[in-house]
Design a protein around this ligand. Sequence first.
Ligand SMILES: NC(=O)c1ccc[n+]([C@@H]2O[C@H](COP(=O)([O-])OP(=O)(O)OC[C@H]3O[C@@H](n4cnc5c(N)ncnc54)[C@H](O)[C@@H]3O)[C@@H](O)[C@H]2O)c1
Length: 420
Amino acid sequence: MGNEKPYLVLEWNDHLTDAAGWVVVHRFVQGYASGGTRMHPAVTRREVERLAKVMAYKYEAGGSVTTGGCKAGIAYDYKAPDAKAVLGRFLRAMKPYLQAGVSLGGDLGVAFADVLAVMEELQVELITPAMKRDPHVMEGLQAYRRLLEETVDGTFLLNDAVTGYGAAYCADEAWRALRQAGDRKGETDSRGGTGAGTGVEDHPVGSVPEDQARGAGARVVVQGFGCVGASCAFLLHRMGYRVVGIADANLLVENPAGLDVPALVQGRMKHGELASASFRPEDRVRPNGEWLDIDCEILVPAALEDVIHAGNAHQVRAALVVEGANIPVSPEGDAVLKERGIHVVNDFVANLGAIRFYDAAIFGHVRSGAAEVLQDIEVLCRRNTSRLLAEAKRLGLYEREAAELLFQPRGQDAATQQPQ
Ligand SMILES: NC(=O)c1ccc[n+]([C@@H]2O[C@H](COP(=O)([O-])OP(=O)(O)OC[C@H]3O[C@@H](n4cnc5c(N)ncnc54)[C@H](O)[C@@H]3O)[C@@H](O)[C@H]2O)c1
């Protein structure tokens, strides 16, 4: 993604604990930038900078004309009893910037509801004063708040489903396109790599419903079972994909015949942890570090950053990696995937569901209910994925390189344009 530097970097050091935190604005659009807040002990300023840049590209891929990208990160244990208090102090320190157009949501280890509760306490809005004067935006904000209460498939809160469902639509679109292109294991692929191919066995689809026929039994491994991983696995399972492995912070559960994803979702515990009570006797439990050892066609890293790196990228068995998480592949690991001809639908294309939901509800017209929100995300995710694959093929590029060309953010506000 070039070497553009972040526009603004703010550092915070807690006075009561050893927590540190950063807000990084990659760019403002009309005095506004938006992104999530993450918390885990290993967060660094560099990580937050990389994530802010991804957000800027994500808003571009999401078709936004109102919002630039930013990110916040707090180096602290999200499971600590005082984690919410730390989040509160961090947001309080950032209050002047929050009031001036930096809009923060939740992310890894931080629930959006917790951010909203602090914002309410601080009397800070998610939007700028200029937006507040716009009746269309104010109606959108109300609609968005109402939509946040809606559930999807009787299982997920809408905001906890939008990103994972979006990633599943991208995976399905890419998988079908790759299969149609007849990309098979061992063949030379369109960009001249050795081609990990899409060597799934053909399964008769028989009388399965249309959306189950799509997956045709292709095997999926998902890392992470939080908002993104659980909802992505759930929808892929429903589409007929065979989810054969899921890893969380504690363990990996595997079943080559396919896991009972709805049961695992139902039994899921706090912080996206799998409950062993919902495993079937034939499921096998392994250390979570072994997630790359399971045979699959599609790999969905949906937990942490840099989990595929130079030391393990050669172990990836999938033909297609769909990045549910942000920056799950390190630059060095990515060079290996590219060299091996593995296909990638990268983060700012695959996981833009939440930002699209926010943008389309508040600034657009997607406000009637969860079904409309999901349909909008499906259309966008499928269109972006097919554009991306077509562009990569046309230019003979690795998909990530094609995505960076297609969705490069178009400039940055002049300083004088900033918050009114
Ligand atoms: N939630 C969203 O809408 C959204 C949007 C875009 C991108 N993302 C990105 O997706 C990723 C996951 O976000 P989330 O909201 O699902 O987080 P979450 O906090 O809801 O879930 C995180 C999951 O990762 C698991 N995990 C933690 N350490 C692990 C490890 N070492 N091995 C395997 N699993 C591990 C946890 O057990 C949990 O299941 C993050 O990178 C986040 O930035 C999230």
